[in-house]
Ligand binder design. Structure first.
Ligand code: PMP
Length: 427
């Protein structure tokens, strides 16, 4: 029975992750943006921000198989793949960010970025925002504040972490305000920290709130904050783990949307299309300060197989024009979702851009987030053969971050399914 399978999973695999559904489908295989469960039911995957090229991508599978037969080892050996991939990745970064360190996940990339910021500045303290998620490792967890991931996230912080209120213009204190209003608050907070003798090693920020619900930061906010941090001798780390690799359509990196050039980029997820792969990209000067400071070695980070995956992902992204597809399909999806928001008061707003979207499920307006409604909509969508999950501080945002392969047909199928679900809820 489905319950017996859930119980078996909870026994074998620590019960630390959400199931999302009362009876989650057992997924057996995937192809592009489609998934198939063990009962032969098909689903449209509207949520998978890891498999950016889609599932079962044969160019990746072939490259991995070939490299596995040739050589896989730790990065203490010298081989071509690590040089090639590091160069290709740095070529995507802004000028001056030309040095790469390879790890296995987003959490590791963020943790390493914190260590690098400390080494480069000789300082310890980090500035971060609320409504953010940066990972599960000790350092990344210390600056992860999204209440949807951890309801106790704001209760205790290590002394080296300083938080700014998220500039969430959809709800909260300064609803609808522009960046200037939020920056005023940020500068007051920074002045308090200055007064208390706090010296920041740096700022770590997501350029768009990922697990916070896909909310765009007010235009100019991150640039203003980055200036204030730089003026204090700190460095700016962009957590690009979710938002990068062309998912935004108009931009390859999330920080471009905010007109900011970070000193350090932490990236993962899409860069391996599901294979464990993460990186920090920074300037040579910062990387060298870190190299002097201490040792860094990751056994599997930058392995030949990981590097071949990384290079192939970048190649396929270009060959298939997936960033452009994210722009075109994202606009379609956005327009369709806005139309549904107009018809159904339970859908409050559409956040994000490209194929990085979130739909607020509310009971009357921004101040009444409706997590039960969001869960019910996700259950009903599952019945329709569509996988979407709730996210956000209140768990009331429908997270819509499909593989970048989706086309017109999948967009229409998803919008039709959501419309049917909303009509049934009204009836
Ligand atoms: N930063 C952000 C913005 C993320 O969304 C995530 C993962 N959801 C992480 C860091 C951590 O990445 P990983 O799960 O690969 O450790």
């Amino acid at each position: 029975s489905p319950q017996a399978l859930l119980d078996a999973r909870d026994h074998a695999f620590a019960r630390v992750q959400e199931h999302y559904y009362a009876a989650p489908p057992r997924i057996e295989r995937g192809w592009r943006h489609h998934l198939l469960d063990t009962d032969g039911r098909g689903y449209l995957d509207m949520v998978n921000n890891v498999a950016i090229l889609g599932h079962g991508e044969s160019r990746i599978a072939d490259a991995v198989a070939r490299q596995l037969r040739l050589l896989n080892t730790n990065s203490r050996f010298h081989y071509e793949a690590v040089v090639a991939f590091s160069e290709e990745l740095a070529a995507r970064a802004p000028d001056g960010l030309d040095t790469v360190l390879l790890v296995n996940s987003g959490s590791e990339a963020v943790d390493l970025a914190i260590r690098i910021a400390r080494a480069a500045t000789g300082r310890t303290d980090i500035l971060a925002l609320t409504e953010a998620y940066h990972g599960w490792t000790v350092g990344a967890d210390a600056i992860s504040t999204s209440l949807g991931d951890n309801p106790g996230a704001l209760e205790s912080r290590p002394g080296w972490v300083h938080l700014l209120d998220a500039p969430n213009a959809y709800r909260g204190r300064h609803r609808g305000a522009d960046a200037g209003r939020y920056l005023e608050d940020a500068l007051v907070r920074l002045a308090e920290l200055d007064g208390a003798g706090v010296e920041l090693a740096g700022l770590v920020a997501e350029p768009i709130f990922g697990n916070g619900g896909g909310i765009l930061l007010p235009d100019g906010y991150l640039a203003g904050l980055a200036d204030a941090v730089h003026a204090r001798g700190g460095i700016v780390v962009a957590d690009e783990v979710q938002v990068s690799y062309g998912r935004l359509g108009a931009h390859f990196w999330g920080f471009e949307q905010q007109g900011v050039e970070p000193d350090v980029i932490a990236v993962a997820k899409a860069m391996g299309n599901g294979h464990p792969l993460g990186a920090v990209i920074t300037t040579r000067a910062i990387a060298e300060a870190f190299a002097v400071e201490g040792s860094f070695f990751s056994s599997a980070g930058g392995s030949p197989v990981s590097c071949v995956v990384g290079s192939t992902v970048l190649r396929v992204l270009d060959e298939d024009g997936l960033q452009e597809n994210a722009r075109v399909m994202g606009d379609r999806l956005h327009a369709g979702l806005l139309g549904l928001c107009e018809h159904f008061p339970g859908l409050g707003a559409v956040h994000g851009m490209g194929l990085y979207l979130g739909v607020e499920v509310v009971a009357g307006g921004p101040d009444a987030p409706d997590p039960d409604g969001a869960r019910e909509i996700c259950e009903a969508l599952l019945e329709e053969g569509v996988i979407v999950q709730p996210t956000g501080d209140h768990k009331n945002v429908l997270k819509i971050k499909p593989p970048l392969t989706i086309g017109e047909e999948a967009v229409a199928r998803f919008l039709d399914a959501l419309e049917r679900v909303m009509v049934r809820r009204k009836a």
